[in-house]
Ligand binder design. Sequence first.
Ligand code: ADP
Length: 161
Amino acid sequence: MTRSAIYAGSFDPITHGHLDILHRALNLFDYVHVGVIHNLSKTPLFSMAERLDMIQQSVSSDRVTIASFNGLLVDYARKKNIFNLIRGLRAVSDFEYEWQMALINRDQDNRIDTVFLMTDRSYSYLSSSIVRQLATLQGDIHSYVPPYVAEKLKDRIHGHH
Ligand code: ADP
């Protein structure tokens, strides 16, 4: 029996924190499917194609698949027939929202289980939004994202150079 999980998020853009969770998930599951959410409430910095490309460039494992999806994560899980969801936890402040989502998702489909993985402490204060803010203000982002992503951020914010 092969075990699979879905790691869903906006990944705008993918950071070392996301990659840390992904690698931990690959220790537990045979296959991890990264599902990139079309976020309806926020206008992303990067288009869906760009976010998918940056993940592709940052992940080398043949046990990882990557795709985008619309709508409810539970519906996507049913479509993929994968009922294990991966979420990363950074600090206690993540817990309330993650707890709510995990239980709401299970209300929607009782087969759903959410597996929470604790990130490495060095990434516990890292988020895509802080990386976007830093990049906008020309801060040093190289320790937070893979080199390919850092280049894309620089291009996006300051134009090609
Ligand atoms: P969402 O919009 O769903 O929060 P994100 O791309 O921001 O999407 O995050 C996807 C998942 O990755 C969430 O479970 C989030 O907690 C986790 N995550 C984000 N940054 C980190 C980090 N630095 N360390 C561990 N997990 C993280």
